[in-house]
Design a protein around this ligand. Structure first.
Ligand code: PMP
Length: 330
Protein backbone atom coordinates (compact mmCIF):
# COMPACT_ATOMS: atom_id res chain seq x y z
CA UNK A 1 0.00 0.00 0.00
CA UNK A 2 1.28 3.46 -0.84
CA UNK A 3 0.44 6.07 1.76
CA UNK A 4 2.01 8.68 3.99
CA UNK A 5 2.14 7.98 7.71
CA UNK A 6 1.07 11.53 8.50
CA UNK A 7 0.21 14.65 6.55
CA UNK A 8 3.58 16.06 7.64
CA UNK A 9 5.31 13.48 5.47
CA UNK A 10 3.63 15.10 2.45
CA UNK A 11 5.45 18.41 2.93
CA UNK A 12 7.89 19.18 0.11
CA UNK A 13 8.72 17.35 -3.11
CA UNK A 14 6.59 19.78 -5.07
CA UNK A 15 6.72 19.55 -8.87
CA UNK A 16 8.14 21.84 -11.53
CA UNK A 17 5.93 22.84 -14.45
CA UNK A 18 7.03 24.67 -17.59
CA UNK A 19 5.40 28.03 -18.27
CA UNK A 20 4.28 28.05 -21.89
CA UNK A 21 2.12 31.12 -22.45
CA UNK A 22 3.34 34.04 -20.31
CA UNK A 23 6.84 33.25 -21.64
CA UNK A 24 5.96 34.16 -25.23
CA UNK A 25 9.03 35.55 -27.01
CA UNK A 26 11.41 34.12 -24.40
CA UNK A 27 13.93 31.49 -25.52
CA UNK A 28 14.99 30.19 -22.12
CA UNK A 29 13.03 27.44 -20.35
CA UNK A 30 11.07 28.88 -17.42
CA UNK A 31 9.94 26.32 -14.83
CA UNK A 32 7.59 27.10 -11.94
CA UNK A 33 7.89 25.26 -8.62
CA UNK A 34 4.36 24.75 -7.36
CA UNK A 35 4.44 25.23 -3.59
CA UNK A 36 0.66 25.34 -3.18
CA UNK A 37 0.77 21.56 -3.50
CA UNK A 38 2.16 21.36 0.02
CA UNK A 39 -0.54 20.04 2.41
CA UNK A 40 -1.05 23.42 4.09
CA UNK A 41 -1.03 25.14 0.71
CA UNK A 42 2.27 27.00 0.81
CA UNK A 43 6.05 26.87 1.06
CA UNK A 44 5.68 27.75 4.75
CA UNK A 45 4.89 24.10 5.58
CA UNK A 46 8.59 23.48 5.02
CA UNK A 47 9.79 25.97 7.61
CA UNK A 48 7.12 24.96 10.13
CA UNK A 49 8.28 21.35 10.04
CA UNK A 50 11.97 22.22 10.40
CA UNK A 51 11.39 24.87 13.10
CA UNK A 52 9.30 22.52 15.27
CA UNK A 53 11.69 19.58 14.79
CA UNK A 54 14.60 21.78 15.89
CA UNK A 55 12.71 23.22 18.86
CA UNK A 56 11.93 19.68 20.07
CA UNK A 57 15.55 18.63 19.64
CA UNK A 58 16.82 21.68 21.49
CA UNK A 59 14.31 21.22 24.32
CA UNK A 60 12.57 24.53 23.58
CA UNK A 61 9.31 22.72 22.91
CA UNK A 62 8.28 19.97 25.29
CA UNK A 63 5.18 17.70 25.30
CA UNK A 64 2.12 19.80 26.01
CA UNK A 65 3.93 23.00 24.99
CA UNK A 66 2.36 25.96 23.21
CA UNK A 67 3.51 27.65 20.02
CA UNK A 68 2.96 31.43 20.07
CA UNK A 69 3.61 33.48 16.94
CA UNK A 70 2.37 36.77 15.51
CA UNK A 71 1.21 35.52 12.09
CA UNK A 72 -1.96 35.58 10.10
CA UNK A 73 -0.87 33.85 7.00
CA UNK A 74 0.80 30.80 5.59
CA UNK A 75 3.28 30.37 8.43
CA UNK A 76 0.36 30.04 10.84
CA UNK A 77 -1.23 27.33 8.73
CA UNK A 78 2.04 25.41 8.51
CA UNK A 79 2.68 25.69 12.24
CA UNK A 80 -0.93 24.76 13.12
CA UNK A 81 -0.77 21.70 10.94
CA UNK A 82 2.47 20.38 12.40
CA UNK A 83 1.45 21.38 15.95
CA UNK A 84 -1.82 19.42 15.91
CA UNK A 85 -0.06 16.33 14.60
CA UNK A 86 2.46 16.55 17.44
CA UNK A 87 -0.02 17.49 20.17
CA UNK A 88 0.99 21.11 20.75
CA UNK A 89 -1.30 24.06 21.34
CA UNK A 90 -1.03 26.97 18.94
CA UNK A 91 -1.84 30.59 19.75
CA UNK A 92 -1.55 33.13 16.93
CA UNK A 93 -1.69 36.87 17.40
CA UNK A 94 -3.30 38.73 14.52
CA UNK A 95 -4.02 42.38 13.83
CA UNK A 96 -7.75 43.14 13.49
CA UNK A 97 -7.34 44.03 9.80
CA UNK A 98 -6.95 40.33 9.00
CA UNK A 99 -10.15 39.12 7.35
CA UNK A 100 -12.54 36.53 8.68
CA UNK A 101 -11.62 33.91 6.11
CA UNK A 102 -7.99 33.95 7.16
CA UNK A 103 -8.94 33.73 10.85
CA UNK A 104 -11.26 30.81 10.10
CA UNK A 105 -8.56 28.86 8.30
CA UNK A 106 -6.34 29.01 11.39
CA UNK A 107 -9.12 28.02 13.81
CA UNK A 108 -10.20 25.21 11.42
CA UNK A 109 -6.78 23.64 11.98
CA UNK A 110 -7.35 23.93 15.73
CA UNK A 111 -5.28 27.04 16.44
CA UNK A 112 -6.43 29.67 18.92
CA UNK A 113 -6.30 33.28 17.83
CA UNK A 114 -5.87 36.55 19.71
CA UNK A 115 -6.95 39.61 17.74
CA UNK A 116 -5.18 42.91 18.47
CA UNK A 117 -6.09 46.45 17.37
CA UNK A 118 -4.22 47.76 14.31
CA UNK A 119 -4.63 51.41 15.29
CA UNK A 120 -2.14 51.44 18.20
CA UNK A 121 1.61 52.13 18.35
CA UNK A 122 3.99 49.11 18.47
CA UNK A 123 4.95 49.98 22.09
CA UNK A 124 1.29 50.06 23.21
CA UNK A 125 0.57 47.10 25.55
CA UNK A 126 -2.30 46.07 23.25
CA UNK A 127 -0.19 46.04 20.07
CA UNK A 128 0.44 42.97 17.96
CA UNK A 129 4.05 42.82 19.17
CA UNK A 130 3.40 43.54 22.86
CA UNK A 131 0.62 40.98 23.09
CA UNK A 132 2.64 38.18 21.51
CA UNK A 133 5.63 38.92 23.79
CA UNK A 134 3.34 38.94 26.82
CA UNK A 135 1.74 35.61 25.85
CA UNK A 136 5.18 34.02 25.46
CA UNK A 137 6.10 35.21 28.97
CA UNK A 138 2.82 34.20 30.58
CA UNK A 139 1.99 30.83 28.99
CA UNK A 140 4.05 28.06 30.62
CA UNK A 141 6.04 26.05 28.06
CA UNK A 142 5.50 28.67 25.35
CA UNK A 143 7.76 28.65 22.32
CA UNK A 144 7.95 31.49 19.79
CA UNK A 145 9.28 30.34 16.40
CA UNK A 146 10.07 33.91 15.24
CA UNK A 147 10.24 33.17 11.53
CA UNK A 148 12.10 36.41 10.79
CA UNK A 149 15.15 35.35 12.75
CA UNK A 150 14.92 31.57 13.18
CA UNK A 151 17.82 29.98 11.22
CA UNK A 152 15.73 26.84 10.71
CA UNK A 153 13.59 28.74 8.19
CA UNK A 154 16.37 29.20 5.64
CA UNK A 155 17.79 25.79 6.64
CA UNK A 156 14.56 24.04 5.67
CA UNK A 157 14.94 25.44 2.16
CA UNK A 158 18.67 24.57 2.10
CA UNK A 159 17.78 20.98 2.98
CA UNK A 160 14.65 20.46 0.85
CA UNK A 161 13.75 23.15 -1.73
CA UNK A 162 17.29 23.50 -3.09
CA UNK A 163 18.03 19.76 -3.45
CA UNK A 164 14.60 19.14 -5.04
CA UNK A 165 15.24 21.78 -7.71
CA UNK A 166 18.75 20.50 -8.40
CA UNK A 167 17.48 16.91 -8.65
CA UNK A 168 14.46 17.72 -10.84
CA UNK A 169 16.45 19.92 -13.27
CA UNK A 170 19.25 17.32 -13.29
CA UNK A 171 21.67 20.09 -12.45
CA UNK A 172 20.72 22.14 -15.51
CA UNK A 173 19.22 25.09 -13.61
CA UNK A 174 21.01 28.35 -14.43
CA UNK A 175 18.81 30.92 -12.60
CA UNK A 176 16.68 30.76 -9.45
CA UNK A 177 14.03 33.41 -8.81
CA UNK A 178 11.98 33.82 -5.61
CA UNK A 179 10.09 36.59 -3.85
CA UNK A 180 11.67 37.87 -0.65
CA UNK A 181 9.65 38.18 2.57
CA UNK A 182 11.54 36.92 5.62
CA UNK A 183 14.22 36.01 3.07
CA UNK A 184 14.24 32.37 4.16
CA UNK A 185 13.31 30.89 0.81
CA UNK A 186 15.85 32.75 -1.29
CA UNK A 187 18.65 32.51 1.28
CA UNK A 188 18.36 28.77 1.95
CA UNK A 189 17.52 27.62 -1.57
CA UNK A 190 20.00 30.06 -3.11
CA UNK A 191 22.83 28.99 -0.82
CA UNK A 192 22.30 25.31 -1.66
CA UNK A 193 22.12 25.94 -5.40
CA UNK A 194 25.27 28.09 -5.33
CA UNK A 195 27.21 25.48 -3.38
CA UNK A 196 26.15 22.50 -5.44
CA UNK A 197 26.81 24.30 -8.76
CA UNK A 198 30.13 25.90 -7.71
CA UNK A 199 28.53 29.31 -8.03
CA UNK A 200 27.14 28.70 -11.52
CA UNK A 201 23.48 29.34 -10.55
CA UNK A 202 22.41 33.00 -10.52
CA UNK A 203 20.06 33.87 -7.64
CA UNK A 204 17.48 36.61 -8.21
CA UNK A 205 15.16 38.09 -5.59
CA UNK A 206 11.78 39.55 -6.52
CA UNK A 207 10.67 42.51 -4.41
CA UNK A 208 7.60 44.74 -4.41
CA UNK A 209 8.43 48.34 -5.31
CA UNK A 210 8.75 50.25 -2.04
CA UNK A 211 10.29 47.45 0.04
CA UNK A 212 13.79 47.65 1.52
CA UNK A 213 15.31 44.84 -0.57
CA UNK A 214 15.05 46.93 -3.72
CA UNK A 215 16.12 50.14 -2.01
CA UNK A 216 12.72 51.32 -0.83
CA UNK A 217 11.80 52.74 2.54
CA UNK A 218 8.90 50.45 3.34
CA UNK A 219 6.35 52.44 1.32
CA UNK A 220 3.12 50.44 1.27
CA UNK A 221 2.23 48.00 -1.50
CA UNK A 222 -0.59 45.52 -1.84
CA UNK A 223 1.10 42.26 -2.78
CA UNK A 224 1.14 40.07 0.35
CA UNK A 225 3.84 37.96 1.98
CA UNK A 226 6.82 39.66 0.34
CA UNK A 227 8.88 42.79 0.88
CA UNK A 228 9.77 44.27 4.27
CA UNK A 229 10.34 47.60 5.98
CA UNK A 230 13.31 46.18 7.93
CA UNK A 231 16.17 43.69 7.26
CA UNK A 232 15.30 40.31 8.81
CA UNK A 233 18.07 38.04 10.11
CA UNK A 234 16.68 35.19 7.96
CA UNK A 235 17.82 37.11 4.84
CA UNK A 236 21.36 36.44 3.62
CA UNK A 237 22.21 39.15 1.09
CA UNK A 238 25.46 37.37 0.15
CA UNK A 239 23.66 34.66 -1.86
CA UNK A 240 21.50 37.10 -3.84
CA UNK A 241 23.05 38.28 -7.12
CA UNK A 242 20.30 40.66 -8.13
CA UNK A 243 17.01 42.09 -6.89
CA UNK A 244 14.29 42.88 -9.40
CA UNK A 245 11.44 45.11 -8.23
CA UNK A 246 7.94 44.87 -9.67
CA UNK A 247 4.85 47.00 -9.12
CA UNK A 248 1.56 45.78 -7.68
CA UNK A 249 -0.04 46.33 -11.09
CA UNK A 250 2.49 44.13 -12.88
CA UNK A 251 2.41 41.46 -10.14
CA UNK A 252 -1.38 41.25 -10.18
CA UNK A 253 -1.60 41.20 -13.96
CA UNK A 254 0.76 38.22 -14.05
CA UNK A 255 -1.06 36.52 -11.18
CA UNK A 256 -4.27 36.71 -13.21
CA UNK A 257 -2.54 35.53 -16.38
CA UNK A 258 -1.06 32.53 -14.55
CA UNK A 259 -4.60 31.41 -13.65
CA UNK A 260 -6.09 32.16 -17.05
CA UNK A 261 -3.29 31.01 -19.34
CA UNK A 262 -1.22 28.51 -17.38
CA UNK A 263 -3.97 26.95 -15.21
CA UNK A 264 -2.12 27.99 -12.06
CA UNK A 265 -4.36 29.69 -9.49
CA UNK A 266 -1.69 31.29 -7.31
CA UNK A 267 -1.23 34.25 -4.96
CA UNK A 268 0.09 37.72 -5.72
CA UNK A 269 3.64 36.99 -4.62
CA UNK A 270 3.74 34.29 -7.32
CA UNK A 271 2.79 36.90 -9.90
CA UNK A 272 5.56 39.12 -8.54
CA UNK A 273 8.11 36.30 -8.77
CA UNK A 274 7.07 35.45 -12.32
CA UNK A 275 7.24 39.12 -13.33
CA UNK A 276 10.85 39.16 -12.12
CA UNK A 277 11.62 35.79 -13.73
CA UNK A 278 10.31 36.96 -17.12
CA UNK A 279 12.36 40.12 -16.93
CA UNK A 280 15.47 38.09 -16.06
CA UNK A 281 14.76 35.52 -18.80
CA UNK A 282 14.15 38.03 -21.57
CA UNK A 283 17.75 38.21 -22.73
CA UNK A 284 18.86 34.68 -21.83
CA UNK A 285 19.80 32.08 -24.45
CA UNK A 286 17.73 28.95 -25.24
CA UNK A 287 19.83 26.69 -23.01
CA UNK A 288 19.15 28.76 -19.88
CA UNK A 289 16.87 27.13 -17.29
CA UNK A 290 15.09 29.57 -14.98
CA UNK A 291 13.28 28.14 -11.95
CA UNK A 292 10.77 30.45 -10.28
CA UNK A 293 9.15 29.52 -6.97
CA UNK A 294 5.38 30.10 -6.58
CA UNK A 295 4.80 30.25 -2.78
CA UNK A 296 1.04 29.79 -2.40
CA UNK A 297 -2.30 29.26 -4.12
CA UNK A 298 -4.87 31.81 -5.20
CA UNK A 299 -7.87 30.73 -3.12
CA UNK A 300 -6.94 33.14 -0.36
CA UNK A 301 -7.07 36.07 -2.76
CA UNK A 302 -10.42 35.52 -4.49
CA UNK A 303 -11.85 38.67 -2.91
CA UNK A 304 -8.85 40.72 -4.00
CA UNK A 305 -6.67 39.95 -7.02
CA UNK A 306 -9.37 37.84 -8.66
CA UNK A 307 -12.17 40.26 -7.82
CA UNK A 308 -12.91 42.80 -10.54
CA UNK A 309 -14.39 45.35 -8.14
CA UNK A 310 -11.44 45.23 -5.75
CA UNK A 311 -8.96 45.48 -8.61
CA UNK A 312 -10.76 48.43 -10.15
CA UNK A 313 -11.03 50.19 -6.78
CA UNK A 314 -7.23 50.42 -6.80
CA UNK A 315 -7.10 51.39 -10.45
CA UNK A 316 -5.67 48.09 -11.71
CA UNK A 317 -6.57 46.88 -15.19
CA UNK A 318 -8.48 43.61 -15.16
CA UNK A 319 -9.17 42.85 -18.79
CA UNK A 320 -6.78 40.30 -20.21
CA UNK A 321 -7.00 39.17 -23.81
CA UNK A 322 -9.90 36.73 -23.41
CA UNK A 323 -13.44 37.86 -22.82
CA UNK A 324 -14.97 38.04 -19.39
CA UNK A 325 -18.49 36.80 -18.76
CA UNK A 326 -19.58 40.39 -18.36
CA UNK A 327 -18.33 41.31 -21.82
CA UNK A 328 -20.09 38.34 -23.36
CA UNK A 329 -23.36 39.36 -21.74
CA UNK A 330 -23.04 43.03 -22.60
N1 PMP B 1 4.89 34.68 -0.66
C1 PMP B 1 4.01 34.43 0.33
C2 PMP B 1 2.56 34.33 0.01
C3 PMP B 1 4.48 34.27 1.64
O1 PMP B 1 3.60 34.01 2.63
C4 PMP B 1 5.87 34.40 1.89
C5 PMP B 1 6.37 34.27 3.29
N2 PMP B 1 6.32 35.50 4.02
C6 PMP B 1 6.73 34.68 0.83
C7 PMP B 1 6.20 34.80 -0.43
C8 PMP B 1 8.22 34.93 1.02
O2 PMP B 1 8.94 33.86 1.51
P1 PMP B 1 10.15 34.11 2.53
O3 PMP B 1 9.55 34.57 3.83
O4 PMP B 1 10.81 32.79 2.64
O5 PMP B 1 11.06 35.14 1.97
Amino acid sequence: MKYADSVIDLVGNTPLVKLNSVTEGIQATVLAKIEYLNPGGSSKDRIATRIIDAAEREGLLKPGGTIVEPTSGNTGIGLALVAQQRGYRCVFVLPDKVGEDKRNVLTAYGAEIVVTPTAVAPEDPDSYYSVSDRLVREIPGAFKPNQYANPNGPLSHYETTGPEIWRDTEGLITHFVAGVGTGGTISGTGRYLKEVSDGRVTVIGADPEGSVYSGGTGRPYLVEGVGEDFWPAAYDASVVDEIIAASDAESFELTRRLAREEGLLVGGSSGLAVAAALRAARDLPADAVVVVLLPDGGRGYLGKIFNEKWMRSYGFATESEGSTVRELLA
